[in-house]
Write a protein that binds this ligand. Structure first.
Ligand code: AMP
Length: 286
């Protein structure tokens, strides 16, 4: 497995490996969810690249950029074992120049939900994804359904900028308890980790209620109250169209129940998606 920290060196390798490259952008601290993305990328392309870059542009001033877990040696060992062909691990200066020049303004899918609670977050995600896509030149990119809004924002950018990239959606990989794998789970104490599965349980119950005829607003309020009763500070629990991220309607092909909440100071997000009728994307439920 090749490891590159400089764009120039990576590009030399990239030119030699041909057209079809699968790409998994990450912020490191890799877990089984990231490796699931890598497997999907490998199934779709003969050559597979991962990047590890804790993107400063996607963190707000009071967020956890400085303390975000950085575990490069372990990450490289996992990627090598998983059969990754090359890893791009740039330093901040290699990717983000001293002055902020041109940036991407993420489109309409970036407003509300995570975009509402984390102003500028998706502009930062989209800007760095665009740069990484230019450097890596992937034919396909695998991203997790866990970060559904991110997946939609990046999908919209790929489409709006006419990039020849196939975006692959990877089902959320969960611990046996149901807790979605996340680098931020590291911040949870053992007790909090056991309690954190409640977010997933509440999302599932919300869908059971809505599909059983409960009015969406009522089910959402019920979900928030349940989580608050469990000690969570809730940012949102909403039932949305998984493609538009707007309210569901008669044209909705897939529903998403999305939630974001803080447990003992640790902010977690999760969602479930339920296909109502066939969509273009491959995943049924996640
Ligand atoms: P991150 O390192 O958190 O930026 O995540 C890198 C990629 O891995 C993103 O496309 C995430 O959506 C994806 N990912 C993170 N956690 C999971 C998970 N539990 N299951 C599937 N994909 C995930």
């Amino acid at each position: 497995m090749k490891v590159y920290s400089k764009i120039e060196g990576f590009r030399l390798w990239r030119r030699a490996v041909g057209e079809l490259v699968g790409f998994v952008p990450t912020m490191g601290n890799l877990h089984a969810g990231h490796l699931a993305c890598l497997r999907v990328a490998r199934q779709s392309a003969p050559v597979c690249v991962a990047s590890i870059f804790v993107n400063p542009l996607q963190f707000g001033p009071n967020e956890d950029f400085a303390r975000y877990p950085r575990t490069l040696d372990d990450d490289l060992a996992l990627l090598e074992e998983a059969g990754c062909d090359a890893v791009f691990v740039p330093a901040i200066d290699e990717i983000v120049g001293p002055a902020v020049g041109a940036t991407v303004r993420a489109g309409s899918l970036a407003s509300g939900l995570e975009g509402g609670f984390r102003p500028g977050h998706f502009d930062g995600v989209a800007t760095i994804c665009l740069k990484l896509f230019h450097i890596v030149q992937p034919s396909c990119v695998a991203m997790g359904n866990k970060d559904l809004q991110q997946l939609r924002v990046v999908g919209q950018m790929i489409s709006d900028f006419n990039m020849p990239i196939h975006l692959l959606r990877v089902p959320t990989y969960r611990e046996a308890s149901g807790l979605a794998m996340s680098s931020r789970n590291r911040y949870l104490s053992d007790d909090s980790r056991a309690a954190a599965v409640q977010l997933y349980e509440v999302l599932r119950r919300t869908w059971v209620q809505v599909s059983g005829g409960t009015e969406v607003g009522t089910a959402q309020r019920d979900a928030v109250a349940t989580l608050e009763g469990g000690g969570w500070q809730v940012d949102y629990v909403v039932v949305r169209d998984s493609e538009t991220l707007q309210a569901i309607n008669g044209a909705t092909r897939e529903v998403a129940v999305l939630g974001a909440a803080r447990l003992n100071g640790v902010r977690l997000i999760d969602n479930i998606t339920v296909e109502l009728r066939p969509t273009e994307s491959s995943t049924k439920t996640a």
